[in-house]
Each structure stands twice: as structure tokens, then as C-alpha cells.
Design a protein. Structure first.
Length: 217
């Protein structure tokens, strides 16, 4: 796990990146892009693409609110496939949202598990930089955690932090915000979607406001 003092900043940045500054993690949401299912939580656990524990979390939430098993099964069938719209009736949507608001601890536990996967990748990146004699600015760790949360376990990023000019010139010591932004601008996602990069920066700013005064890791 990353430095415990960084966790509030990391969690805030991840939340804002996923659902915005004022998003409600205890409501069902829909990307409606045809690749994802419904999602919920600050970390937007995806009922189609996420792990089985995401689907089990929603089942447990509904069961804890005494929703009949047949109704749970029907709702899960609708939500656990790639979607291009909201498949729920108004009554079903209200039922799910009400249950999520009543069972926040279960949703929070799911978020912690999803975040832990991103933190594991962040740890690998910090270690790769350390082995090459580099520290990483705490703000850069926010960028890294969000990138890992989007794309999965780091490979090229980890090599670059270790000193390889994998996409762009190797980073400095400590790895700076300018370094990580230069790296991310070379990726297809951000080169094709500059608006998404601005949202990434906004999310970092939200998290950075919670950063303690720390030296680079």
C-alpha cells in the first residue's frame, strides 16, 4: 500500500476522476457506450466488466434490504451486460438507489477493494523508480493511480519510471508533474481526448488539496 498519509488524497482524486466533484457513489449509473454495464460506487464498480465481487456486492446490498430473490435476479440480468441505455424501470431504479443509500458500508468496502488494485500498481511504480534512484512527487502518484485505475497493471509506465525512454525522455529525479504529463500526452487515450486530460488535471488538483507536506517517495 502507498504511504498511509497519501490515501485521503488518492481516494479523493480517484473519486473525482470517476464520478466528478459532486457525484453520488450510492446511485446506479450508466456509461451507455455498449462496452460497460451499470456501475456504482466512488470507484464505479462495473457490473459487466468488473470482478465477480462487484456483482456480489450489489446482490448483497439488495438482499440486505429484503428485496425478493426473483427481483434481485431480474435486476442483475439487466445490469450485468454491456448497455447502451438504462434498462431499469423507474420503480427498479428507485429500488436499487434506495438500497445503495441504505447499505453504504458495503459499497465503501467494494471501493476499497478496487482502489487496492490501483494502489498495488502504484507501489510497483514507486519501487521501479526507487530502484533507479528516483523519488516520485506525491502529486505524480495521484496521476499514476488514476492511470492505473483506467488501464490496469502498469507495464510501459513502470519501465519509464525505471529510466527507460519507453515513450518519451526518461523522467527526472524526483519524477515531476511535468514529467508525468509529458508521458501521458504520448498515450493514445490522451492524445486523442484532450478534454479527458483536463479532467485528469482537475482530479489531481482535488486530491492534491489533501496532500500532507511530504518528500517524494
Amino acid at each position: 500500500m502507498p504511504n498511509a498519509a497519501l490515501k485521503p488524497a488518492l481516494m479523493r482524486a480517484l473519486k473525482v476522476h470517476e464520478i466528478g466533484r459532486n457525484g453520488d457513489p450510492y446511485e446506479i449509473s450508466f456509461a451507455i457506450l455498449g462496452r460497460s454495464g451499470a456501475s456504482f460506487g466512488a470507484m464505479q464498480g462495473d457490473l459487466a466488466k468488473g470482478g465477480a465481487f462487484v456483482r456480489q456486492t450489489l446482490r448483497d446490498v439488495l438482499k440486505a434490504q429484503a428485496v425478493p430473490a426473483a427481483t434481485i435476479d431480474a435486476i442483475m440480468r439487466k445490469l450485468s451486460v454491456p448497455l447502451t441505455g438504462d434498462p431499469l424501470s423507474h420503480a427498479e431504479g428507485a429500488l436499487v438507489d434506495q438500497a445503495l443509500h441504505k447499505e453504504t458500508a458495503k459499497v465503501d468496502a467494494m471501493d476499497e477493494r478496487i482502489a487496492a488494485e490501483a494502489f498495488e500498481g502504484l507501489d510497483d511504480c514507486v519501487e521501479a523508480a526507487r530502484r533507479s534512484g528516483r523519488g516520485i512527487d506525491p502529486r505524480v502518484q495521484l496521476y499514476i493511480a488514476m492511470w492505473i485505475n483506467m488501464t490496469g497493471k502498469p507495464t510501459t509506465l513502470k519501465d519509464w519510471l525505471g529510466g527507460s525512454p519507453a515513450r518519451t525522455a526518461a523522467p527526472g529525479n524526483p519524477v515531476s508533474v511535468a514529467d508525468i504529463e509529458r508521458y501521458l500526452h504520448t498515450t493514445k487515450h490522451y492524445s486523442e481526448h484532450p478534454r479527458n486530460f483536463r479532467h485528469l488535471q482537475e482530479s489531481v488538483a482535488e486530491g492534491a488539496a489533501l496532500l500532507p507536506r511530504l518528500v517524494p517517495a
